[in-house]
Structure formats: C-alpha cells, structure tokens
Design a protein around this ligand. Structure first.
Ligand SMILES: Nc1ncnc2c1ncn2[C@@H]1O[C@H](COP(=O)(O)OP(=O)(O)O)[C@@H](O)[C@H]1O
Ligand SMILES: [Mg+2]
Length: 364
C-alpha cells in the first residue's frame, strides 16, 4: 500500500498539515521538538493501533483546540481509499465516508510497522517486551490471534485468583479444570508465536546481513530449549499440561502460575551472542530493525500489501554504512525516516526530503 496524502488538523503541535509524501523513501529532517515524531504518530494511528508512544488520546489533540482531525488517502487492495480519524474525548474512524464501529477496524487494511527508540527495550529489556512484539505482530498478521491471546490471559487470571486464595479455599477439581483449559490455550499461543518466528527469521537474517554488509550474523528463536519444532498443537498442549501439573507445588506456594507462555522469551543473537547481554548499541539497534523489517515482510506476505515503514530517530549510533543501507536499500517499501542531523541527508541517493519546523512541514 502507498500513502498518497495525509492531512492533520489540530493534531499535536500541528495546526494544519497537508502532505503528499513520495512513493518510496521520505526523510523528515528537523531539530528537536519540531513535530517529526508527531507526524509519524499521526500516520501510525491509521493502523488502528494506539499511539506508539503510549500517549492517551486527549494528549494527541493540539493544546487549545477541541478536537483533532486526521485524514489519509492511500492505495490499498487496488483502489484509492480514504480514512479519517477524529479525536475528541474518544477516537472515531470513518472509512471511505462510512463511520466504522471502532478505529481498530482499520487494522488489517492500513498496514504499518514502526521503529521508535523506545523499541530498543525489545532487545535490551526483559522478555515481556519481546513477547509483546510477537503478540502485536501476530495481531496484524492474523486478527484472530487477538482473541486467542486474550483467552489465554483470561484463563491465567482466573487460575491465578484460585491460587492466590488457595490456603483459604483449596479446590482441586477447579484447579484441574483450569490446568486443562490453560494448557489448551497455551498451545494456541505457542503455535502462533512459533510459526510467526519461523516466518520472520529468514527475513530478519537477510536484512541484518545487508545492514551489516555481511559482517555479522543474526538469529532469532522462540524458546528453542522447549523443543516446539515439528510438534502439533495437541502435542504442545500435552507438554504444557504436564509442565503445569508439575508446577503445582510451586504455583500454590507462589500464589500464581509460575510456568506458561507468559514466561517465555524470544532469543535474539548477533554474531552468535545474545544481543541483550553482549550487543553494542549499534548492534542492538540493528537487531530491532531486523525484527521490524521481518515483521513488515511477513505482513506483506500474508496480506499481499506492503505496510508502510516508519523509522523514528533510527540513525543515531548507526555507522555510515548502516545509515546509507537504510536510506538507499529499502527501495520496495514506502519509508518515512526522521532525523535531526542534516549530514545524514548527504547519504540519500534517491528519495524526498522534508523539513519540519515548529509543526510546519515543507519540502526541500
Ligand atoms: N497536544 C499537543 N499540543 C501542542 N503541542 C504538542 C502537543 N503534544 C506535543 N506537542 C509538542 O510537540 C513537540 C514535540 O514534537 P515531536 O514530534 O516529539 O518532536 P521531534 O521533532 O523531536 O520528533 C513538543 O514541543 C511538544 O510540546
Ligand atoms: Mg522525535
């Protein structure tokens, strides 16, 4: 898909912006706090997701204005479509002139992948961030995954409630029932995550190799030591039932479920070492980028449309070769890259340059 036009009114620090980006690489340059990230955030909202900065909707409305209005015209599914988002107290969406029940209905139609410096935590931080990355990617690729995942979380919460009160209300029958339901739901989650990692890993390796000019290898794996490869969903459910029953004593002692896919991890390695423990800043950044570009490639394979790629402040800590690769070798994608340092632009061979100043966007 291709974004043709984006109009933002009273969104963040922009009073009014009417932008026609280029089909391929778009670089948005400007000093700090001018509105570059705001612009990407505005585009991102059309994926139907929440702000990638974790902001609440009212914060998106320009201070002093009553509501924000966003309109995006894009080509997807062989036709030109227009989506609108209005943010007042709540967020509303309109697709091709017709109000939709919820902005999340845009998910699956408008595809996007975003890199923000906060996402470095995906590699640097705890397993939770990596699970969240996989789960969020799966929600775009397979909208049904959302309910698979929420079912699991729901079961987990109920089982935890039982464990928490165990000494007052022990109930073995109920625990056995939750064990069975939890292992079935766990298998659904695990199979989806395992398959997503399998779809992604070739792309991530290839991208990382390009970015590092073949100097470093990259690999990712979903908990290989558990040995999910080649197993059916039923076999995995049986494995989990066994593991959950074996954890009975620990779970009762802890008052919560000590094992399950909510404790698993995605391992990410660069040059055969854990990127989390041994990676340099540049390697960690490159690894997150590889994961994101792989997410985009899988989304394209599954939906048949290329998502837009939003890269916010990606250039710092990357050496010249990596910067140049990012700006010049993502040809097939419509990319939006923000940067502060004008010297970065000298590495751009083909693409459009925009400048953001105090919420005003201009080409050149
Ligand atoms: N709701 C809002 N209304 C007005 N200004 C806002 C709003 N939200 C953020 N801003 C302003 O936007 C600027 C930050 O924009 P941002 O896109 O993060 O900058 P950068 O160009 O560094 O990426 C800050 O000056 C901030 O005060
Ligand atoms: Mg910014």
């Amino acid at each position: 898909m291709t974004v043709r036009q984006l109009k933002l009114a009273d969104f963040r620090n922009m009073t009014f912006t009417d932008w026609q980006p280029g089909e391929l690489v778009n670089v948005i340059c400007g000093q700090n706090a001018q509105g570059k990230t705001n612009l990407l955030e505005g585009l991102w909202l059309f994926t139907g997701g929440k702000s990638f900065r974790g902001s609440k909707d009212p914060e998106l409305v320009r201070i002093g204005a009553e509501r924000a209005r966003l309109q995006c015209t894009f080509d997807a599914e062989n036709r030109t479509q227009t989506a609108e988002i209005h943010i007042e107290k709540r967020r509303k969406a309109i697709l091709n002139g017709v109000p939709v029940s919820s902005p999340s209905r845009l998910t699956g139609l408008f595809g996007g992948v975003v890199f923000s410096p906060d996402h470095l935590m995906m590699v640097k931080g705890s397993p939770e961030g990596r699970r969240r990355f996989l789960d969020a990617a799966l929600c775009q690729v397979k909208p049904r995954y959302m309910s698979v995942y929420t079912d699991y979380v729901h079961i987990l919460q109920q089982r935890n409630a039982l464990l928490k009160d165990w000494f007052r209300y022990p109930d073995d029958d109920q625990l056995a029932a939750w064990n069975a339901r939890m292992s079935a739901a766990a298998a659904e989650v695990v199979v989806a995550r395992r398959d997503q990692v399998a779809r992604m890993s070739g792309y991530a390796e290839e991208f990382y190799a390009g970015l590092s000019s073949g100097r470093e290898s990259f690999s990712m794996a979903y908990e290989p030591e558990k040995g999910y490869d080649g197993k059916t969903k039923d076999e995995i459910a049986a494995m989990w039932l066994q593991a959950i029953e074996a954890a009975r004593k620990a779970d009762i002692g802890a008052g919560f479920s000590t094992v399950g896919p909510h404790r698993e991890d995605l391992s990410v390695s660069v040059a055969e070492l854990s990127a989390r423990s041994f990676g340099s800043q540049g390697q960690q950044r490159s690894a997150v980028l590889a994961l994101k570009m792989a997410e985009a490639a899988v989304l394209r394979d599954v939906t048949g449309e290329r998502p837009v790629i939003l890269l916010d402040d990606v250039m710092s800590e990357l050496d010249e070769t990596r910067q140049s690769y990012l700006m010049n070798h993502l040809e097939v994608w419509q990319v939006f890259i923000t940067c502060c340092d004008p010297s970065t632009l000298t590495r751009l061979t083909d693409g459009r340059i925009f400048r953001m100043e105090n919420g005003n966007l201009a080409e050149g």
